[in-house]
Ligand binder design. Structure first.
Ligand code: ZN
Length: 68
């Protein structure tokens, strides 16, 4: 099962928002924390939604999205 942090910028319907996905599957807690901070830095000043994506694709299962 793979884990991702995802950030999606919230924009008007006719605009394309910025999207970031970071693979955190094999990361330590410290690395995850740094990754999350890096995402926040990139998205700073924007309105966005941050989710943890627990991906079941490889196992043929569904995905779980948790808002952070
Ligand atoms: Zn998935």
């Amino acid at each position: 099962m793979r884990l991702y942090y995802e950030a999606l910028e919230i924009v008007d319907m006719n605009e394309t928002g910025e999207f970031i996905r970071a693979d955190i599957t094999d990361m330590t807690d410290k690395e995850k924390e740094d990754t999350l901070q890096a995402i926040k830095d990139v998205m700073s000043g924007k309105e966005y939604r941050l989710t943890e994506h627990i991906c079941g694709h490889d196992e043929g299962k569904g995905c779980e999205m948790k808002e952070i």
